[in-house]
Design a protein around this ligand. Structure first.
Ligand code: UFG
Length: 347
C-alpha cells in the first residue's frame, strides 16, 4: 500500500523539519518544498540521517503557482501542512508588503491548487499572537482575536480568515489552524534544530548563543511587569511535541465525517514560565552559567500569555510530553553541535 503523501512547505525550517520526521514515524510520506529563504540545504541531509532514507524534496517558492502546480500534479497529495512563511515581527514592520505577499499570497496559491487537485486536508501554522494580550488566562480558542500589533501577526489573522472563507464557500476542505505558543528545543539526535539568521530575536536561541560565547550577554527585556518575578510569561513548548500535533491534526481532519470544516487548536503546555525562570531552568538543565542583565521592556511584548490546552487534549487527543528542562537541554546540545557558527541569509 502506498503511503499518504503530505506536502510540507517550509520543510527545511525549524518546525517543518521536525514535523517531516514525525510524519515518517507515523507512516506518512512527507514531500518537502522549501526555497531556503530562511533555511539551509544541509538540513535535508540531516533529515535523511534521522529517518534512514532520503525524502522527496523540491526547491520552489510557494508563491510560484506554476512550479507548485507541477508538484501537485506529480505527487497527488493527501494533505498539506503549510509552514513556509516569514516570521520576524520587527522585520515585518519594516517590510509589510513582503510579509503580506509571501505569507498571504502563498496560502492563496496553495488553496487554489488544493481545489484544482482535490486535496482535502490542510494544517496551517498560526500563532498565539492572534490573542494579543488576553483578558483571561490561560487563554482558550474562544478568546477574541485582537487587533494585530505587527504586519506579521496580521498575516496570521488574515490567513486564518482566508481559510475560513474558503471552507465557507463550499470547497471540500478540512482545515485546522494550529496556534503555536513558544516553540523551543531541538531533535534529540542534535541533527536538526533552530537556525536563526544573524542575531536571534527569540529568547532560547539568544540564551544558547550567549552560553556558547557568541553573544556577550542576554538582556532580559523588562522586570517590572505584573508577574511572579517581573519578567514576561510565555508558554514554551518542545518542537517535537509541536510537530506531533501536526500529524495528529492531519489524522483528526480525516476522521471527521463532514466534507468541509475549519477548527483551531492551541499548541502549548498549559504552563507559563517567566523569562527569568527560563534562564534559571537553562542553568539547571545544562550546568552552564548564563551572563544576563535586565534591560528595558521590548516594545510590542505582551505581559503574559499561556495556553488553555483543554480542547487540544480532549478534541484533538494530543498533549505535550517533554519538559521545559529537557527542551532547554536539547536546545543546548544543538547549539554545541552548530558550535559558534552564525548563519547568514542564503538569498
Ligand atoms: N526576551 C528577552 N530577551 C531576548 C529575547 C526575548 O527578554 O533577547 C523575552 C521577550 O521579551 C519575551 C520572551 O523573552 O518576554 C519571549 O520572547 P521571544 O521573542 O522568544 O518570543 P515572543 O513571545 O515575543 O514571540 C513569539 C514568536 C512570534 C510570535 C509571538 C506571539 O517568536 O513569532 O510569539 O506571541 F508572534
Amino acid at each position: 500500500m502506498s503511503l499518504k503523501k503530505v506536502l510540507v512547505t517550509g520543510g527545511a525550517g525549524f518546525i517543518g523539519s521536525h514535523t517531516a520526521v514525525e510524519l515518517v514515524n507515523a507512516g506518512y510520506e512527507p514531500v518537502i518544498v522549501d526555497n531556503f529563504s530562511n533555511s539551509f540545504p544541509f538540513v535535508l541531509d540531516n533529515l535523511s540521517q534521522i529517518v534512514g532514507r532520503s525524502l522527496t524534496f523540491y526547491e520552489a517558492d510557494c508563491n510560484d503557482k506554476e512550479a507548485m502546480g507541477r508538484i501537485f500534479a506529480k505527487e497527488q497529495f493527501y494533505g498539506v501542512i503549510h509552514f513556509a512563511a516569514y516570521k520576524a515581527v520587527g522585520e515585518s514592520v519594516q517590510k509589510p508588503l513582503a510579509y503580506y505577499h509571501n505569507n498571504v499570497g502563498s496560502l492563496v496559491v496553495l488553496l487554489e491548487l488544493m481545489a484544482e487537485h482535490k486535496v482535502k486536508h490542510l494544517v496551517f501554522s498560526s500563532s498565539c499572537t492572534v490573542y494579543g494580550e488576553p483578558e483571561k488566562l490561560p487563554v482558550d480558542e474562544n478568546a477574541p482575536v485582537q487587533k494585530a500589533n505587527s504586519p506579521y501577526g496580521n498575516t496570521k489573522q488574515i490567513c486564518e480568515e482566508v481559510i475560513q472563507d474558503t471552507v465557507a464557500s463550499g470547497q471540500e476542505l478540512k482545515a485546522i489552524a494550529l496556534r503555536y505558543f513558544n516553540p523551543i528545543g531541538a531533535h534529540e539526535t542534535s541533527l536538526i534544530g533552530e537556525l536563526p539568521i544573524g542575531v536571534p530575536n527569540n529568547l532560547v536561541p539568544f540564551i544558547t548563543q550567549t552560553a556558547a560565547g557568541i553573544r556577550k550577554e542576554l538582556t532580559v527585556f523588562g522586570d517590572d511587569y505584573d508577574t511572579r518575578d517581573g519578567s514576561c510569561v510565555r508558554d514554551y513548548i518542545h518542537v517535537v511535541d509541536l510537530a506531533k500535533a501536526h500529524v495528529r491534526a492531519i489524522a483528526y481532519a480525516s476522521e471527521q465525517s463532514e466534507t468541509s470544516l475549519y477548527d483551531t487548536f492551541n499548541l502549548g503546555t498549559g504552563d507559563g514560565s517567566t523569562v527569568l525562570e527560563l534562564v534559571h531552568a537553562f542553568e539547571k538543565a545544562t550546568g552552564e552559567k548564563l551572563n544576563y542583565v535586565v534591560g528595558p521592556r521590548r516594545s510590542g511584548d505582551v505581559e503574559k500569555v499561556y495556553a488553555d490546552v483543554t480542547k487540544s487534549s480532549e478534541v484533538l487527543g494530543w498533549k505535550t510530553e517533554i519538559s521545559v528542562e529537557d527542551a532547554l537541554r536539547d536546545a543546548w546540545n544543538w547549539q554545541l553541535k552548530v558550535k559558534d557558527q552564525v548563519f547568514e541569509p542564503t538569498k
